[in-house]
Ligand binder design. Structure first.
Ligand SMILES: NC(=O)c1ccc[n+]([C@@H]2O[C@H](COP(=O)([O-])OP(=O)(O)OC[C@H]3O[C@@H](n4cnc5c(N)ncnc54)[C@H](OP(=O)(O)O)[C@@H]3O)[C@@H](O)[C@H]2O)c1
Length: 235
């Protein structure tokens, strides 16, 4: 018997990078994962194959109507992993309204409405588990990512508030990744890796391990934020 045998888990932004790593890990643990994607259709299909023929659903999470359609198509789910997000680096003196909305429409607004869609269904059924991906940037201030840091700090407080709102049937927790690079890291990422007490960057599977913990924990674990960052948030 594996930890997630028989459970249906929707992972947003699961075509590649951390989302793919989460989907693969949950699938290995027995879950029937649903791979959500937006632009990365080929990668989503490849990830779905790697997960033993998982379902894929496309939706642009900028739109609440699209989010509603995503959850209708997904059907009953036991777990939701809100992984889809955007990241930009811009001097706060130069951030425009469009720059702000680009980040917040996905990182905060879409995460909220995905939580709402999932919780309505889970509360009406047997309950469920929600895991939101926040970030070290929601805990520590990064001067040229103020708009992004604000969105991820919002995810952290939203997680805590929704944990109260959706208890006792649905738990809501958050994993806050540190530096998880894909490909050759840029100068700023290299600097962050050098400062990381663990002495290295993290991997998608290390993030997936924390997600798995929250998906399999009892309802006594809710409203928690787990930084998986090699100790960088302690500096
Ligand atoms: N990588 C890191 O070092 C790091 C550090 C801290 C926190 N995190 C957090 O961990 C999570 C995963 O990180 P990542 O670096 O793997 O993420 P990512 O590659 O930047 O984004 C994940 C996915 O989000 C989806 N997405 C973006 N805009 C969308 C939209 N309008 N509609 C639907 N989906 C959309 C994309 O799907 P498509 O490609 O299909 O369009 C993308 O593949 C994120 O929440 C991120 O903020 C990552």
């Amino acid at each position: 018997m594996r930890a997630l045998d028989g459970r249906v888990i929707l992972v947003t932004g699961a075509a590649k990078r951390i989302g793919r790593g989460i989907a693969l890990r949950l699938s290995r643990e027995g879950a029937r994962v649903i791979i959500h994607y937006n632009g990365s259709e080929a990668e989503a299909r490849a990830t779905a194959e790697e997960c033993g023929g998982a379902r894929t659903i496309r939706a642009n999470l900028e739109s609440v109507a699209e989010i509603e359609r995503l959850f209708e198509e997904a059907g009953p789910i036991d777990g939701l992993v809100n992984n889809a997000a955007r990241f930009t680096t811009i001097d706060p003196l130069k951030v425009t309204e469009a720059d702000w909305d680009f980040i917040h429409s996905i990182n905060l607004k879409a995460t909220f409405f995905c939580c709402q869609q999932a919780a309505r269904r889970m509360i009406a059924a047997d309950g469920g588990r929600i895991v939101n991906l926040s970030s070290l940037g929601g805990i520590r201030p990064w001067s040229h990512n103020a708009h992004y840091c604000a969105s991820k700090a919002g995810v952290i407080m939203m997680t805590r508030a929704l944990a109260k709102a959706f208890a006792p049937k649905v738990t809501v927790n958050s994993v806050a990744p540190g530096v998880i690079p894909f490909g050759e890291p840029d100068a700023r990422t290299k600097h962050l890796i050098e400062k990381t007490p663990a002495g290295r960057a993290g991997t998608a599977d290390e993030i997936a391990g924390a997600v798995l913990y929250f998906l399999t924990a009892t309802n006594f674990v809710t409203g928690q934020i787990l930084a998986i960052d090699g100790g960088l948030s302690q500096k």
